[in-house]
Design a protein around this ligand. Structure first.
Ligand code: SAM
Length: 301
């Protein structure tokens, strides 16, 4: 974090620890892309999965999942990621339709929005994640000769280090409106790191800026440790999400932003399932029950 001398190595590979969760989301996006009723298309996603030896045997389309939609991981959970991708695609495009031209993807992982969305002219997309993750991403995208549809600036840094300095060095202008996204990120940060991140986004955002992020409201995440979603993710692909999540009480980030004058709206994913006519529905022992997608706008002065 800013002011500390210690630098996190940032070297964590995409195929280990929390980096692997970026590949999980990529596999989900690949499956979503090939659905006949897809909510979001990401033609790059399957290439990440295929390039990582840790993902050997993972499906990239539903036909490769023997039990299809009944599979809690590659059915319902993957659809969740598909819906989340679509909703946040729409948020980013909506938010850049007015004045904001700077987009900051916090914990960008294998997000390819810089390549696949139809950005207005003059947009710049900053992608912050650790070095190992962004190096893997570059290798795969270079191999595909992928061309971004906006100016794209990868910033390889750990969010516990001086990412604000790195963002400024990369050309971010705090006097101009910005759009921030923390998709599937805050669960992995400590309470203090989340509070710092939200305060910092507020400090770096001028009026007309927007932020979307995802939180879990559950008081005790372990309440759902036997849920089909967590157990299938652990047993089928060896990712123990509960072990990766920071299991301490969470800050009220939406409330903090409201207190700083932002207008916020908090939605369940199921709100969007209804809106789009497809997506996950609530179920018993549901690890998604506490998930909320928060949208915040900082008013112009
Ligand atoms: N936002 C991307 C998406 O939705 O496709 C990636 C989500 S993935 C579940 C979580 C990402 O957060 C990983 O790419 C991981 O490397 C990144 N991450 C977690 N902790 C981080 C930290 N301290 N600094 C930088 N990135 C971090």
């Amino acid at each position: 974090m800013v002011g500390t001398v210690h630098r996190h190595t940032g070297a964590e590979d995409v195929e280990e620890g929390v980096g692997l969760t970026a590949l999980l989301v990529a596999a989900a996006r690949a499956i979503e892309t090939h659905r006949h009723d897809s909510l979001a298309r990401d033609v790059y996603a399957e290439h990440f999965v295929r390039a990582a030896s840790a993902c050997a045997g993972w499906p990239v389309r539903m036909q490769q999942v023997p039990d299809g939609d009944a599979n809690p991981l590659w059915g319902r959970f993957a659809r969740y990621f598909g819906l989340r991708t679509r909703v946040l695609d729409d948020f980013l495009l909506r938010s850049t339709q007015t004045h904001a031209r700077q987009v900051i993807l916090l914990g960008a992982g294998l997000d390819t929005r810089a390549f696949r969305l139809d950005w207005p002219p003059g947009c710049v997309v900053f992608e912050i994640d650790r070095e190992g993750v962004l190096a893997f991403k570059r290798k795969v995208l270079d191999g595909l000769s992928a061309t971004p549809a906006a100016a794209r600036v990868p910033i390889p840094i750990d969010l516990r280090d001086d990412w604000v300095g790195a963002l400024a060095d990369a050309g971010f202008d705090p006097a101009a409106p910005s759009v921030w996204l923390a998709e599937g990120l805050l669960f992995y940060l400590t309470n203090a790191a989340e509070t710092y991140l939200i305060d910092t986004v507020d400090r770096l955002s001028t009026g007309g800026s927007a932020l979307a992020f995802e939180v879990k409201l559950d008081k005790d995440l372990l309440e759902y440790r036997d849920s089909p979603l967590y157990t299938s993710t652990k047993h089928q692909i060896g990712i123990d999400l509960l072990n990766l999540f920071a299991r301490e009480p969470r800050p009220d980030s939406a409330g903090a932003l409201s207190g700083k004058g932002w207008s916020t709206s908090v939605h369940t994913p199921f709100d969007f399932t209804h809106r789009h006519g497809r997506g996950p529905m609530p179920e018993p022992n549901d690890a998604l029950a506490g998930n909320r997608w928060v949208f915040a706008n900082k008013p112009r002065p």
